[in-house]
Design a protein around this ligand. Structure first.
Ligand code: UFG
Length: 328
């Protein structure tokens, strides 16, 4: 297959490109505007520097290239930013995705793998935890809504255009780095817990803040389902094959196991041997108390078989990548 990977220079996209190159013979084309991605993270394929907001370019490009499949990562993804700048999210994430889907349908693309998020579920009622794919989708921020709208566009397009199929992957908390140390999360001004903790462990930050210990959880800090980026990447390869013999579908991507913020920080301290400073502060706006996936569907239907379901390994690979970044 000839596959377009949008956002393939980013954190998750680059791990998928790595696996496509390592394990398949597919022809890979990466499109990225390099606003948040890094050219050196793309280990395989042909690189095209372009922006999905250039709709004329995208239409010509897709017509010319004749892709069989698209894996679409390119998006804005910082929740608090989406609250203060929602239009950026609706344009970058929803409008550009609608155009990409239009060009995909018109140019005969058969498979579309879409990066979605647990943020589409909003703040689920306790009775829905762990969260399966039937849980109501009620986003509580523009980021989650921009992704949910894209999901709906994809569903409607697929219904109207038979032969155009999709898999929507709803990511829980993605963390860690390539165990071989080739790539990792290089995001500037990171906000994600494990990345920030790894930065504290290397000394790049003098402390880490815990946003609230007054939640209705056993230790009072928020609980999340942390999935290793290479396990998440493997789900994309499975999804591509799945569409050969199956209809479009939606899958939650996680391990069905949650850890609290304090547990994560203690694990990072344990695996690095660094007792970095931890300061408890108030809640961060928009944080649900608990988000844990029910992964039964992805395990049974996609045959998802995680290899790195181990918080210590996730923290260790994140830390090792951080040390590499520091040495650059
Ligand atoms: N946290 C801290 N201190 C920090 C950073 C984070 O205490 O310095 C806490 C947060 O308050 C939260 C938890 O760690 O309770 C996880 O926060 P992250 O910022 O790492 O991730 P989020 O859960 O906010 O969001 C991520 C993705 C979303 C996705 C969600 C799904 O960014 O797209 O996971 O669970 F929807």
């Amino acid at each position: 297959m000839k596959i377009l990977v949008t956002g393939g220079a980013g954190y998750i996209g680059s791990h998928v490109v790595k696996q496509l190159g390592d394990y398949t013979k597919h022809e890979i084309v990466v499109l990225d505007n390099l606003v948040t991605g890094f050219r050196e993270s793309i280990l395989y394929g042909r690189f095209v520097e372009a922006d999905l907001s250039d709709w004329d370019f995208v239409a010509d490009f897709m017509k010319k290239e004749q892709f069989d499949a698209i894996i679409h990562f390119a998006a804005s993804l910082i929740v608090p930013e989406s609250v203060v700048n929602p239009l950026k999210y609706y344009l970058n994430n929803t409008a550009n995705t609608a155009n990409l889907i239009k060009c995909a349908v018109e140019s005969g693309v058969k498979k579309f793998i879409f990066s979605s998020t647990a943020a589409t579920y909003g703040e689920p009622d306790k009775k829905y935890i762990p969260i399966n794919e039937e849980c109501p989708t009620v986003p509580i921020n523009p980021y989650g809504m921009s992704k949910l709208m894209s999901e709906n566009i994809l569903k409607d397009a697929s219904y109207a255009h038979k032969g155009f199929k999709y898999v929507i992957l709803r990511y829980f908390n993605v963390a860690g780095a390539d165990v071989g140390g080739r790539i990792g999360q290089s995001t500037k001004d990171a906000t994600h817990l494990i990345k920030v903790a790894a930065e504290a462990a290397t000394g790049k930050r003098d402390k880490i803040l815990v946003f609230g210990t007054d939640y209705d959880t056993p230790d009072g800090s928020c609980i999340r389902d942390y999935i290793h980026v290479d396990d998440l990447a493997s789900a994309h390869l499975l999804a591509l094959d799945y569409l050969d013999d199956n209809d479009s579908d939606i899958f939650n991507c996680g391990y069905s196991r949650g850890y609290s913020v304090l547990e994560v920080l203690n694990t990072m301290k344990k695996v690095t041997g660094v007792n970095f400073k931890v300061e408890i502060t108030g809640r961060r706006a928009g944080d649900p108390a608990e988000l844990v996936a029910d992964n039964k569907k992805i395990v049974s239907k996609l045959k998802f078989n995680p290899k790195y379901n181990d918080l210590e390994l996730i923290c260790k690979t994140a830390y090792e990548w951080e040390k590499r970044l520091e040495a650059k």
